[in-house]
Design a protein around this ligand. Sequence first.
Ligand code: HEC
Length: 359
Amino acid sequence: MIRKLIIAAVLVPAVWFGTAAMHFPPIFQKMFVGYVLLGLTVFLLLDAPPLPAFTGWKALVVLIGFYAVLSAIYIGGASFLPQYDPTVEKGKIDKIVKPKMETPDARKAKLEEMVKKSEELQAKTATLLAGLEKLAPSVPEGGKPGGGAQAVSAGSGDMIARGMEVYDLHECYNCHKIGGKGSVKKRGPILDNIGNLLTQDDIKKKIFDPTYLYADGFEKEHKKGLMPDKYKELMSDEEVSALAAYLATLKNQAVETPKPVFVKSRVDHGFIVYGYVRDKAGKPIPDLPILAKPLKEGRESHEGKTNKEGYYEIFLHIHNEDSGTKIVVSAKDAKKEITATYNPEDKVTKRQAAVDLVL
Ligand code: HEC
């Protein structure tokens, strides 16, 4: 009996730590240890002195009693374990799945309603225009005040209403503010004056490719990729055009919408040098003019400026055939020369080089 106890005393920790090393969940570890203990009990029982033999009806009572005790232990023990209520579990699953299931349907219904509305409006405009045409056939084509050179086409009112709907539908207001409404946490820029800063075309490009430009003062958010780049997949051309048309009408100069900074042009039309300028102690130097000069005839130099973090980015117009061109980057009396090498066939990888300067 002592020997059996010793074996169990060795086995229990061995099984416990062995299963832990194999990354079994704790409940399994406990189960394995339980089996060891069960085995121990069985072996100990084998050592027990034999009971007197039962015969006749006594044997029957003892047998039934034995099963009754065993069943009581099992049922009683099991009721201590966590119980699963299928209705509760179903409720939980529904909670997760339902919103996902409903959204596309709800969206579709919303969209259909919008399309209908816009069709109705279009019909109305057409009749109105026809009426106008009758009244004043010689009205010259003209833009709205403030509309600039852009001709305002017949459906533009609809288009702008539709753009507002797209703005709501895609929840741009989660991060942007227009007319004082929207994002409370200032995740993204206020857009009230965006029409004075970006063309419709640039707005479209920004929505479909957020890396296309960034709002001044939002470099960090831009680097983190805060503005989602999912709209290209989610929006139709019609939607993005309407949205851009709407945003381009926002020209409230009283509100400070940050200037756009263009970072991306077509890959094969440029090369970006970027980096940090710091002093010898490693402190960033802000607001420092910095010049990037390609050492090739006919290729223009460009100037940039470091931001608060001492970071700068300069876009140079050098083309496919210019691979191998040397570029001198300089600020004050610090200077570095690099060679812009890239594969002219590769139209995807960004062409750029990091150049850090120490003053
Ligand atoms: C999760 C937040 C978020 C959402 C949602 C979002 N944006 Fe942005 N957006 C930003 C941030 C942050 C910036 C500034 C950094 C940058 O330009 O990348 C920005 C910048 C912009 C700019 C440039 C503003 C400027 O002053 O140059 C435009 C335009 C814009 N967003 C339009 C939209 C539109 C339209 C939608 C909806 C389809 C949208 N955004 C949805 C976060 C968001």
